[in-house]
Design a protein around this ligand. Structure first.
Ligand SMILES: O=P(O)(O)O[C@H]1O[C@H](CO)[C@@H](O)[C@H]1O
Ligand SMILES: O=c1cc[nH]c(=O)[nH]1
Length: 288
């Protein structure tokens, strides 16, 4: 059996995993995740009891009990690169023996639901609506570093998308992955299902023009007009694709649902989204 070298999986002297600072026994197999560390505090405010709270960098974790279910709420910070860290460390907490550094014989499957905020790109995704990322398009390239990337990707969608938007060779090759279908049904059966772009940034990489002109100012209108076998691209956020892709490669159940807080077509936004995200969190807590 392979012993994972110390440099590949760093374990802190207290027995916790390098970035998240969590110990294996502090993790539930039901995980709700989000970018904002303060949203973890909000999520845990609905728990009946709290078992542990750990904060390290942008990673804030609370494990507790909600209506008899043991749940971990965790912040992953902003960006797809963080998801590579978070999912790898969560999977290691569940599936690696931290004493022997060997992969455990019995696989433990995690259920991970990201509850985020997002910008809408279609008229049927207005501010305040909840959009489930049934498919995600990763503009980040994280998945391209892992073996098996093609096996979990929708290759026809990828090719059609690159052709339609005239994809720049300067960008990472986009990958398209489905969220876990049974989880989408369980959590989001009455919500809008969409195809979500995980962008590599918030401004230029989502076509926002503040002061710096964009290299490809037409990209968003080409994205909005793209259609593939009945799917249109509904929204922008920054983590659903690596979550769905790495989750699938590792054998976990993963999905993202977002509250729409910006309407990119109308040029409008709502920065007071706490009520909307709070309602969404309660729904996810009830259904996970
Ligand atoms: O509200 P969260 O969960 O952070 O999600 C969205 O908001 C952040 C950008 O403002 C990105 O993380 C994006 O994915
Ligand atoms: O437009 C938006 C809103 C929230 N999060 C994003 O990544 N984009």
């Amino acid at each position: 059996m392979r012993i994972i070298p110390e440099s590949e999986l760093i374990i802190n002297s207290d027995g916790s995993v390098f970035h998240l600072h969590l110990k294996p026994e502090q993790l539930s197999d039901k995980i709700i995740m989000m970018g904002d560390p303060s949203r973890v505090t909000l999520t845990a405010s609905f728990f009946d009891s709290i078992e542990c709270e750990v904060a390290s960098r942008e990673f804030h974790t609370i494990t507790g009990t909600y209506k008899g279910k043991r749940i971990t709420a965790l912040s992953h910070g902003i960006g797809p690169d963080n998801i590579d860290i978070v999912i790898t460390e969560l999977d290691a907490l569940a599936n690696v023996n931290f004493k022997t550094r060997e992969v455990k014989k019995d696989f433990k499957q995690l259920t991970m639901v990201r509850v985020g905020t997002s910008g809408g790109l279609q008229p049927h995704c207005p501010i305040g609506s909840y959009v489930v990322s049934a498919k995600s398009i990763g503009f980040d390239g994280v998945l391209n570093y892992y073996e098996g990337r093609n096996a979990v990707s929708e290759l026809g969608f990828e090719e059609a998308f690159k052709r339609h938007v005239n994809w720049s060779p300067l960008h990472c090759s986009p990958y398209v992955v489905k969220a876990d279908e049974s989880l989408v049904e369980q959590i989001g059966h009455d919500m809008i299902k969409g195809a979500t772009i995980s962008a590599i940034g918030f401004y230029g990489p989502q076509g926002r023009y503040v002061r710096m002109p964009l290299a490809n100012p037409d990209l968003n209108s080409r994205i909005e007009s793209f259609e593939y076998q009945g799917d249109v691209i509904t929204n922008y956020e920054m983590e659903s694709a690596p979550l769905a892709g790495l989750g699938k490669l590792m054998g976990h159940r993963a999905m993202t649902v977002c509250s729409i807080i910006a309407n990119r077509l109308a040029g409008e936004s709502n920065s007071n989204y706490k009520g909307s995200i709070e309602d969404l969190l309660k729904t996810v807590l009830d259904r996970i």
